[in-house]
Design a protein. Structure first.
Length: 220
């Protein structure tokens, strides 16, 4: 017998911070099915992709870097010293030319990262935070695996797979989405104040927004 919404909520204490239904999705089927098909496409236009790479450069992301919800592209202009990527589609991850290591993991089923504490200098998540149904669990894991002062950088635009995005994301606009990701950071122990910026503003191109935060050196 399937679990009811109430049963599931017992395992999801983060729901108390958001309105009912916020993390529901039109398509509640396993993400594994949706991402079984290879998509060797880009999900934002060239200007927005360039803005992601420029931001990574500006922040000096290098060393051991983890790219969450990754695919065949990670948008770095320069290859980090060691790039580990994870996502849902093995063929896409295997084709990422910048990746040194990759693994498939459904973060909505298991947000626990198979990585040591303080093992990364930076963590990125590009145009994907809207698909996370347990974002506070994932963000807590990001804080755990980041080294002190390491950046967590979430970038997003105004496009998505609407059936797989959480309803809270679809119900608001660009500013509301920045506020959502900021809130995720604020609700997670171990991060400094989040910084939010619009990075790509071309009138006919994809906008690009970033919410980023640094791992605190000392968590009390
Ligand atoms: C729009 S694509 C973005 C891919 C890549 N980050 C980029 O910038 O092109 C969304 C990505 O989120 C990942 N994703 C979606 N649902 C996920 C889940 N439940 N767990 C882990 N990754 C997920 C998929 O692997 C997919 O590649």
């Amino acid at each position: 017998m399937g679990r009811t919404r109430d049963d599931r909520d017992v395992d999801r204490p983060h729901l108390e911070h958001f309105p009912a239904g916020f993390f529901d999705r039109a398509d509640e089927s396993d993400d594994a099915g949706f991402y079984a098909f290879d998509r060797f496409v880009t999900h934002i236009d060239d200007g927005a992709i360039a803005a992601v790479g420029e931001l990574y450069d500006e922040l000096g992301l290098d060393g051991d870097v983890l790219d969450l919800c990754s695919s065949w592209v990670s948008h770095f202009r320069r290859r980090p010293e060691r790039l580990v990527i994870t996502g849902m589609n093995a063929a896409e991850l295997a084709a990422n030319p910048m990746a040194d290591e990759w693994f498939v993991q459904d973060l909505n089923v298991d947000p626990g990262l198979p990585c040591d504490d303080a093992s990364f200098d930076a963590v990125t998540c590009c145009v994907s935070v809207d698909y996370l149904t347990r974002p506070l669990d994932v963000f807590a894991e990001v804080a755990r695996v980041l080294r002190p002062c390491g950046w967590f950088v979430c970038t997003f635009s105004n496009r998505c797979f609407p059936t797989k995005a959480i309803r809270g994301w679809l119900a608001t606009g660009d500013r509301g989405r920045m506020a959502i990701v900021q809130r995720y950071v604020e609700l997670t122990d171990g991060f400094d104040e989040p910084v939010s910026q619009q990075r790509a503003t071309h009138p006919t191109g994809d906008p690009l927004f970033a919410v980023m935060a640094q791992r605190l050196a000392d968590v009390g």
